[in-house]
Design a protein around this ligand. Structure first.
Ligand code: GLY
Length: 355
């Protein structure tokens, strides 16, 4: 089992990564949640049939009284009604401030479990058990929690760091191919913005990191280490953490315009491709470097373009929460392995995308 320590300003905690990591859940929960008597396992309908029983057994075996809350899978259910359901379930079960929540699922689940924990009794502990690649390498680490509202994705939420993240890479075996591919959007993003070694490893693996369990574990570990270093420097997204939004300013607009039917990681890949092209046109990114990055995206079956217009991107982006005041923070990669934050007005962003 590999360990990454996250040292966020508000809290430090471990991310444990490895095959069958779930088997240490009970003992680890006792360690990080001393005094806890009860646990609420939050999961969704695609994941629960596979892993809810084993997680509950682990917790019950360690002496916790366990209750669960399983919601219908899908981004459309990432809303306040489900959070209220979780609050009520905990209240009915008599949870106190020392009890805890476990998020078992992909990014939607870990975001919601974290948000329910951050608000119940003004904040109780959460342990994250991500089951998707995207949630392992990104969503479950770093304490961003929240829900969507009709005006946009993740518009309501809190920074609430978990007490432990347990990443059982054997869970990835049951992940449908297209969901695994989506996670590669965030994996390639880490490579582009900060990790040349990861980029080379992904190139060497030639589009397949799934069939070799050790390689998969190593790739997850490299991504979590990258994310931990960023969160350790900037927990609340005021500086370096914004570089994790590479491809997201454009990707979020594509995702929202599709009514959230296009997966997040796929939209991020499209967004990165669109920004790469704009940087090449602006003369700040070498064409060869853009080709190298786009080849990697294609190798992992990710798209690099979309037919959305520059006008639609800018209009959508100006409504996004990544806007600060009247400007947007657009993340650029002009040299592979290095990201920069460029403030742009709507007019500048339109010009950047159009010229
Ligand atoms: N997913 C981007 C972040 O955690 O900041």
């Amino acid at each position: 089992m590999r360990t990454v320590r996250v040292n966020a300003a508000s809290k430090s905690y471990d991310v444990l990564i490895g095959k069958n990591a779930v088997t240490v859940l009970g003992e680890q929960a006792k360690k990080v949640c001393p005094g806890a008597l009860k646990a609420l396992v939050v999961s969704e309908t695609n994941v629960a049939p596979f892993y809810l029983d084993v997680v509950k057994e682990q917790l019950e075996g360690a002496g916790f009284e366990v209750t669960d809350y399983v919601f219908e899978a899908g981004e459309q259910n990432k809303n306040i009604n489900e959070i209220a359901g979780m609050w009520n379930r905990m209240a009915e079960a008599g949870f106190t401030r020392t009890d805890f929540v476990v998020g078992l699922g992909g990014g939607v689940t870990t975001d919601m479990a974290g948000f329910a924990a951050s608000t119940f009794l003004r904040g109780i502990k959460v342990i994250q058990l991500p089951t998707s690649l995207l949630a392992m390498v990104d969503a479950s680490v770093g304490g961003k929690t929240g829900i969507d509202i009709p005006k946009g994705k993740n518009q309501v939420g809190a920074f609430w760091q978990p007490s432990l993240v347990l990443e059982d890479t054997a869970f990835l075996k049951t992940l449908p191919d297209e969901v695994f591919t989506e996670g590669m959007g965030e994996v390639t993003k880490h490579a582009f913005i900060m990790d040349l070694k990861l980029l080379e490893k992904l190139e060497e693996a030639a589009g397949d990191i799934r069939s070799d369990e050790d390689l998969l574990e190593e790739i997850v570990y490299m991504n979590v280490s990258d994310k931990a270093s960023v969160v350790g420097e900037d927990e609340t997204d005021n500086g370096r953490r914004q570089t994790l939004n590479y491809g997201h300013t454009v990707g979020h607009v594509i995702e929202r315009d599709s009514g959230f039917t296009k997966p997040h990681g796929i939209c991020v890949a499209k967004g990165m491709g669109i920004v790469m092209d704009a940087c090449v046109r602006a003369g700040t990114l070498a064409e060869d470097d853009a080709e190298r990055m786009k080849d990697l995206l294609k190798l992992y079956k990710l798209p690099t373009e979309d037919d959305i217009t520059p006008e639609a991107i800018v209009e959508g982006a100006m409504n996004d929460k990544k806007k600060r005041g009247g400007t947007l923070s657009v993340i650029l990669v002009n040299k592979i392995g290095q990201a920069e934050i460029k403030k742009m007005t709507a007019e500048e962003f339109l010009k950047f995308l159009s010229v």
